[in-house]
Every structure is written in structure tokens, then in C-alpha cells.
Design a protein around this ligand. Structure first.
Ligand SMILES: Cc1ncc(COP(=O)(O)O)c(C=O)c1O
Length: 382
């Protein structure tokens, strides 16, 4: 029997190679016409008014905080409310921007709990990063309201949310101050590494563009279309980074975007098969995704006792689930936050992400369900 992996990216190889070819033939594989095209296509797909294509979500989260910090003149001891139940990029970004991560706790959705957020707000709180884990929007609307009422900037870490749409039509997060997507290899819109930052106003968007290109006020593509020596007269008046995307990744993303809705529909079908097969099974708690939006279903997560023994049994049967995530305050870098989010800390030991990718057949899902059900039973027999 074949092994069943957690993630396997689906790349439409021939179509992707054809999409990359013109960038190579034209001699423009860097930032340029295809990065502009994916920005335009992403805006019309998602409903965001602004979008800038980057080399990753990690750089986007840093950029989001830098743009907001510089604009609002936040001090270095400004606090950013965040979660410990995330990939470390979320929290590293706060440290990159010289601000202080303040951990709030999660609820059953694994997203930040509005009640816990309220309890950690101080006069120094300037921003909050909300992670839509697995594509789940949790209680996003309540969090947005809290941020607006308290003058806190809301940054949506939408790494898992490509294709998570509101019922009104546009993508989730168009009402946040900024949302940041990941198009890394195993995400719903896979490239090799890239991302998109979506601010809600032109000033922040153009600042992010400058900062993603070292602080230079004219990018190379804009300069290539200018005449004469004037094009070398660019200005640099603040420290920026090398965070912009390139046309090879943009070509991959343009192909992926065409199939995003179709792929996410299949992900939701797989999630439903898991729900039908696992609902009511003793010792298995399914993480429910909020009805407020149609989830991208990047992950299908459950909570189980004796998680590590169950995982070993699954591995012995050729099934390789994952864990999203280890409590970040368990890492020495973030020890200072230990004990601040006890629910997240407890849940992290119980979490299991079941295989979720477009190469899985219904039979594969049934095999995961039955192997998991027996493993949970045998590992938790009295
Ligand atoms: C929740 C979360 N945030 C941020 C990131 C970082 O994304 P990227 O790899 O595009 O930098 C990831 C990637 O796995 C993630 O899962």
C-alpha cells in the first residue's frame, strides 16, 4: 500500500512551464510584468483594493508591522497581541520589527479568543496579528470589532487562507488593516516561495512597495520603461528590504490562481468525508471551522489524547499526519511568554493534522479514518 503524506503540492507542470517560458525568453525573470499581473489578478479574485507580490508571507508580516510602525511612530516597546499556536514566522515578524509579542489565548477554533484578547490590551498595545489557522476564520468579526474599538491595527496572517471567502463574496480580511498570504510550496496556492501583502489604502501599499525594494523609490521595471539618464536618479530615504517577488514565482501563482476555487472545493469535500467518518468517535474532537466564511480548508485538525502514540501507529501503517503547531512559548526564544496562553499550551499536545492534499482519493481518506479510529482506540484502551 502506498504511503499517505500530510501534504503534496499539486503543480500543473506543463501549464506552469508554459507560463514561465515567456519570462525566461524575454529575459525578465525578476520583479516586473508578471508580478504586476498576479497583483491585478489577485485583486480581482479577492476583492482587495491593493496587493503587492512578495517573496514570502514571513517578509510580508514583517513589512506590515514596519509600515504601520513607521507611519504611526510606534516606539520599540509597542506591544503586538499574538498567538503561541502558530508557525514561528508570525512571532518572528514582531521581533524583526522591534516590538513586543504579547500572547493571548485561543478558543476551540484554535484562533485567538476575543475574551482573551480583551484581557491583555494595555496602553502600549498597537497591533494584533490574527492567524486564520487551517483556513478557519474563528471569531474574526468579533476580533475586528475589538481592534476598531480600541484603536488597534489588525494584521491578518492569512498564510492558510487563500480562497477563504465571506458569504458576501469578497475574500476574508478586506476589512483588516492588512492581510498577508503565503504561496509557499505546500499552501493552497502553491509556488516555491512567495506571498501577497494586501493593505487597505494606497499610502501603505506604496510604502510597502518601496520598503520591499530596499527603500528605493523606483523599481527596475519602472526604470526600464523610462528614457534617458533620469532613470538612474532614484532616491533612497529610508532603510528597506529585499522582499519583493519575481516573475518565475508570479507565473506559478498565475496558474495556481486559476484552479484555486476548484482545488479548495475538493479540499472541503475531503474535510466533509473526514467529518462524516470521525464524528462521534470516542476520544476524537474535530476542530470546527467557522460558518462565517467558506474555509480554504488548508488543514483538517483534530484533538486526541495520547497524540504521539497515535501518530506512531499511523506512521507504522504508512500514514504521515502532521502537527500545527508546537506552542511557540516552548521554544527558548519565546520562553518569556510561557504560561500566558494555558489553553493553547494544553491543546498543542493533542493536535493532529490529517493528510490533506489534492492527490488523495476518497479511498485514501477512508483508510486514514479507519486506521486512525483503531489507533485512537488502542492507544487509549483502559
Ligand atoms: C501561520 C503561518 N504564518 C506564516 C507562515 C510563513 O509563510 P511563508 O513560508 O510564506 O513565509 C506560515 C508558513 O507555513 C504559516 O503557516
Amino acid at each position: 500500500m502506498e504511503n499517505i503524506q500530510l501534504f503534496v503540492p499539486k503543480i500543473r507542470v506543463e501549464e506552469t512551464l508554459e507560463a514561465i517560458r515567456p519570462a525566461l525568453e524575454r529575459g525578465w525573470p525578476g520583479m516586473g510584468y508578471l508580478t504586476l499581473e498576479i497583483e491585478e489578478k489577485w485583486k480581482s479574485y479577492s476583492g482587495y483594493s491593493y496587493a503587492h507580490f512578495l517573496n514570502s508571507n514571513t517578509s510580508g508580516l514583517h513589512l506590515a508591522l514596519e509600515v504601520l510602525k513607521r507611519k504611526n511612530k510606534w516606539a520599540n516597546d509597542a506591544e503586538v497581541i499574538t498567538t503561541s499556536l502558530t508557525f514561528v514566522s508570525t512571532n518572528h515578524a514582531i521581533l524583526y520589527a522591534d516590538m513586543i509579542p504579547v500572547f493571548a489565548d485561543v478558543d476551540d477554533s484554535l484562533c485567538l479568543s476575543p475574551e482573551s484578547i480583551k484581557s491583555v490590551i494595555t496602553p502600549k498595545t498597537k497591533a494584533l496579528i490574527y492567524v486564520g489557522i487551517g483556513g478557519n476564520s474563528g471569531r474574526y468579526k468579533d476580533v475586528l470589532k475589538i481592534c476598531k474599538e480600541n484603536g488597534i491595527a489588525l494584521i491578518l496572517d492569512a498564510a492558510h487562507m487563500a480562497g477563504t471567502k465571506t458569504h458576501e463574496g469578497p475574500h476574508i480580511g478586506t476589512d483588516a488593516d492588512v492581510a498577508v498570504y503565503s504561496f509557499q510550496a505546500v499552501k493552497n496556492l502553491p509556488t516555491a516561495d512567495s506571498g501577497m501583502i494586501c493593505f487597505n489604502n494606497e499610502e501603505d501599499d506604496s510604502h510597502a512597495r518601496r520598503l520591499s525594494w530596499l527603500g528605493i523609490n523606483k523599481d527596475t521595471y519602472a526604470r526600464s520603461t523610462e528614457a534617458g539618464t533620469y532613470k538612474w536618479q532614484y532616491e533612497v530615504d529610508e532603510l528597506g528590504y529585499k522582499y519583493h517577488g519575481n516573475s518565475i514565482m508570479a507565473a506559478m501563482a498565475l496558474v495556481g490562481l486559476k484552479y484555486l476555487d476548484e482545488d479548495n472545493k475538493r479540499r472541503r469535500e475531503m474535510a466533509q468525508l473526514y467529518i462524516d467518518g470521525l464524528q462521534g468517535v470516542e476520544n476524537i474532537k474535530i476542530i470546527i471551522h467557522s460558518d462565517d466564511a467558506t474555509s480554504s480548508r488548508h488543514l483538517f485538525q483534530i484533538r486526541i489524547p495520547n497524540r504521539d502514540s497515535v501518530m506512531n501507529e499511523l506512521n507504522n501503517a504508512g500514514i504521515y499526519p502532521g502537527v500545527h503547531y508546537r506552542d511557540n512559548t516552548d521554544y527558548s526564544l519565546y520562553h518569556f511568554g510561557a504560561g500566558k496562553a494555558p489553553i493553547a499550551h494544553k491543546i498543542c499536545d493533542e493536535l493532529l493534522s490529517l493528510p490533506m492534499h489534492l492527490g488523495l482519493t476518497d479511498e485514501d481518506i477512508f483508510r486514514v479514518i479507519s486506521t486512525l479510529t483503531s489507533a485512537v482506540k488502542s492507544c487509549n484502551a483502559a
